[in-house]
Every structure is written in structure tokens, then in C-alpha cells.
Ligand binder design. Sequence first.
Ligand code: F3S
Length: 399
Amino acid sequence: MVNPMYLTPEEEAMYDGQEGPVVEKSMEILVALGDIYGARKMVDISSAQISGVSYKTIGDAGLEYLEEFAATGVKVKVPSTLNPAGIDLNQWQELGFPKDFAQKQRRIIDAYQKMGISTTCTCTPYLVGNVPTLGSHIAWSESSAVCYANSVLGARTNREGGPGALAAAICGKTAEYGYHLDRERKANFLFEVETYLKGVDYGALGYFVGKIVGNGVPYFRLRNSPSVNDLKSLGAALASSGAVALYHVEKVTPEYEEALNEKEELETINVDRKEIDESSHTLSNTNKEPDLICLGCPHASLEEIKSITEIIDGHKLNIPLWVCTSISVKAAADHMGYTKIIEKAGGKVVCDTCMVVAPMEELGFQVIGVDSAKAANYVPTMCGLDVVYDDLEKLIKRK
Ligand code: F3S
């Protein structure tokens, strides 16, 4: 086969199988992707983030594939982290997860661990030490994390699939196309947001805009200055209703100045309170009351957990509450006494998993209350359950 991509001698050696069959197969995947998308060469990556972890999404076929890979002794070449799994690896029994599911999930995690991947199991790897620098090339495959890394951190990644990100981690390389290139990082829509935003408004805005731009690059002019947690929610929503991998916020995100092409007038769309409220409304698919409130999509930061404790401290919750996060952030929440406050009110800090990739449909819940537009978008399709989208405080205080 004629290979139009330039490969260095080191890359050629991997491609020719000199580092073993798994590296060879991984390089073949990267070259095939590069050929499809017109890449001229490979770039070194500084980290990988790998999805395809929950047994619910990859099943027995995925489990066997990973165990075969791991059995060869292959190791990743760059720091690599895992997306959420289908269970809380420590608390699965008390949360009621099925034993058979948990055992298979454990085998998946063990296979990844054998390959040298950090099994922190989170969609916010940037909160647990996998923090790429501005301009660095990475291969990440969790869509909300991709959006955060490209937009807020200014790193460079495409929306990798799980196998592509694993192949990149194994080779320490990825093909240079898409968001690795300056020209692909320009904005192609301008959104003038005429209303002040707070709380779930950011998710509603992302959901609204993602549907308009598809895989485009939106540029926002906002009236107020969003926090990093607001940007996390906005990106997750953009990446779920559309296929957005990068957005810019004027005077906030690091590449906003280069994002506009001076010679080109962008299509401008005004967004007002009406669009935000309608979008919020659409995200609930039922009038029924939730029988579980699930927060932390993307996985909660310590600040977000702190905000939850400020609302519930001293109260007894009427509805069970899960706050999903990573094991590292939970350790900090334990240290700060936040976990105790949440448990005293009747909630749980749940690690390693979330309301979408866990088998919620097998745990007896019917309606989940969420403050995340991404979760509201995916729970009905991924779990077959109803969903209520509302502000954190309103959800928690529901009777
Ligand atoms: Fe993370 Fe699960 Fe939401 S993977 S972004 S918490 S759907």
C-alpha cells in the first residue's frame, strides 16, 4: 500500500512491527486515520485520555480485546488516564450494582492498568493531574474533556474514539490533522449572548448552540465572566448536542484573539433569555418527580462539591443524591469534611462512574434529576430513564 504520510524512521519501525504486534497494529490505526483525514505527518503527544471503559458500553467483545492487548505486555508511552467506568470500584456493593457486571468491569480496569494507564476513571482528567499545556498535542477521547482541553487549556486534540486514543497512547503519537492545525482552530459562528447567565444556563446555552453548529467552532461574546466550572458545563453540552471540540469565549479562553479571521465576517446569532429558557425546558422530558438526583456531569470539582455542601448542610434530603466525581477529588472532599456532610444529609459521593455509563436502568430508578445538559441529553437514550433538568439548589430542595 502506498503510504502518503511522512513517517520518521522511529515511526516506520513501529509501523513495520519492530516493537511488536500491538504497537504495529496501533500504528496502523493511526496511519489509517491520518490517511482518511489527509494528515501529512505524525506529532508527538504529551498525554492520552481513553474512553471505552464501562462494561455497559464495550461489553464482552471490548473486554476480550483489552485483555488480549494487555497480555502481550505492551505499555503506553505517555501519561494516560481513563474515562469513567460502569461502577464505583470501591462502593459498588453498597450502591447496588450487579455482581457479574462489577466483576467484568474490574477485569477491564485491570487490563488498562497492566498497560500502564492511570485508572483514576474520570471525565475530568484535568482536575486530577492530566493537565496539558497551551499548544501541546494530546489524544483525548472523552468529548467533554476534549472540549475543555482545546478551549480552556488551549491544548490540541481531535475527538478521538476509544481505540484511536489507546493506539495514540501506545505509540506516543497521533496523526496531525483537524484541531492539531492552526487553520482548523478558527471560529466559524459568532454567538452574541444578550442575557446574563448563571447555573444551568451554561448547559442550556451549550445545548442550544451545539445543535446549530454541529462540528463547527463557536465564538461567544458573553455579558458575564464564566467560572471554570461554568466552562466545563458549557463545553460538555456543546459536545453532546453537537460534535463541538473547540469553542472560544471573548476575553476568557486563551486563543480567542487568533480565533477570528479578520478578512471574514462570521455568521452572527443572537441568543437571549427566551432561547436559554426554552432550551432548559426541552432538556426535561417528564413532569414526574425524580427518584434520584445525580450531580457531577462532567465529574464534580472540589469547588462544586463544596457548593453542594453549603446547600444541604444540616438538612435531610427527600430524594437520594449521588455526587459523581473522581477518586482523587473524593479524597480531597473527605479531607475537607464535605463527604461527611453529604452522607449525613442522606447522599453519597460516588466515584469512578456516572449516571450515563453506569447501568442505572438495572438499579430500579425511573426519573433522574440532573443539573447537566449533557446528562439530560444522554440519560434517556443511554439508560432509558426519564430526566428532569434543573438548578442544583432547586433539585436538592425538591419535596
Ligand atoms: Fe462524564 Fe459521564 Fe457526564 S462520562 S461528562 S459524567 S456523561
